[in-house]
Design a protein around this ligand. Structure first.
Ligand code: GAL
Length: 339
């Protein structure tokens, strides 16, 4: 179990001696796991947005719901004005809501979406996120365009010319709304558009780069020659897959034009989701075909604006973001490929 990380971002006293609508108690930010690069970037955006608007205290649960529950209890005992929570387990939201509701502390969940029936337990619970299905659809669309756009007549990316895309799927954590919906809606999009996809392998790598790297070893040796696509639920796993593929001799500059590109013999489309800075660099270098931007900077801004509105009892109507059903703020995804 990882040690606690506890950072006080701004000194509450100085921050609020001048502001008129600032809370007197800090806002708690509870993240599921700082080892996750997407969540690390997200946290940096939250810290930057909160800046001197309110004092933010951060806890990293190190991927343990038990630890996160303890962190919330402890922070609650020392005083919290609001909790921003990235639950470890989306089903853990139920008891988090029960605990915070007893003390009247409003909750903004993000990234891991609680069940609707849990959010409905109290009117001071919110969720800021992106619609997972949209990212699956956009990812599939990138691939369909790459393969020429016509399901009856795939282009040369259909390496064996059978008009079927032979794909390896890397899935995030089981039960996570993003892993389930990205996989399901991605496959549904292919089907709806008439594209035939053969799943050579579907592996759960839990959003994790190293796990994807490990899982790709046997896949490449057993199925390498048949693979036409690697579709990953996020960038971290896509990057792990690319590492392993490169080690197996793929992505060589076989046409010797000085760069890695789809014209190379051993190039294969790998597609991720998130648009991590490292993934964008890999797109520019030609290794990653594309990704879908999971806009944590806008989500962070929405969370911080919502926090301020709640704490100062301002109407949510005044926000730049639409709050649907008094609970949900949705931020759009955006496809990313080389210009
Ligand atoms: C997803 C993101 C993944 C992972 C996960 C954690 O939205 O795409 O990379 O960070 O959240 O909950």
């Amino acid at each position: 179990v990882k040690p606690w990380i506890s950072v006080v971002i701004a000194a509450a006293m100085t921050a609020f001696s001048v502001g008129c609508d600032g809370p007197t108690e800090p806002v708690g930010l509870f993240v599921y796991n700082m080892d996750d690069p997407y969540i690390r970037g997200f946290t940096e955006f939250l810290v930057a947005e909160a800046d001197d608007r309110f004092s933010l205290e951060i806890e990293d649960a190190g991927n343990s719901q038990i630890i996160q529950n303890e962190q919330i209890e402890r922070r609650l005992a020392s005083g919290l004005s609001l909790a921003i929570v990235n639950p470890v387990d989306r089903l853990g939201a139920f008891s988090i809501i029960e605990t915070l509701r007893r003390e009247g502390v409003p909750i903004i969940f993000f990234n891991r979406e609680p069940l609707r029936r849990d959010l409905d337990l109290w009117d001071q619970t919110y969720y800021v996120g992106a619609k997972a299905a949209q990212s699956g659809e956009m990812q599939a669309r990138l691939v369909m365009d790459l393969f020429g756009g016509d399901p009856r007549n795939l282009n040369s990316f259909d390496r064996n010319g059978d008009n079927v895309i032979q794909a390896v799927l890397l899935k995030g954590e089981q039960g996570h709304q993003d892993a389930e919906a990205r996989t399901r809606e991605g496959l549904r999009s292919f089907e709806d558009a008439g594209f035939a996809v053969e799943i050579l392998a579907l592996e759960v790598a839990n959003w994790n780069r190293n796990q994807a790297y490990d899982l790709m070893g046997p896949i490449i040796s057993e199925l390498g020659g048949r693979m036409e696509l690697v579709l990953s639920n996020n960038d971290a796993m896509a990057l792990g897959a690319i590492n392993r593929m490169r080690q197996s001799g793929m992505f060589l500059d076989s046409n010797e034009n000085g760069r890695i590109d789809p014209g190379d013999e051993t190039w294969l489309p790998v597609v991720g989701i998130d648009a991590l800075p490292e993934a964008e660099a890999m797109i520019r270098n030609g290794f990653l075909y594309g990704t879908v931007f999971n806009d944590s900077s806008t989500q962070a801004r929405a969370i911080v604006d919502l926090t301020q509105a709640i704490l100062s009892n301002r109407s949510l109507e005044s926000l730049e973001f639409r709050v649907e059903e008094g609970k949900y703020v949705w931020i759009d995804y955006r496809p990313v490929v080389l210009e």
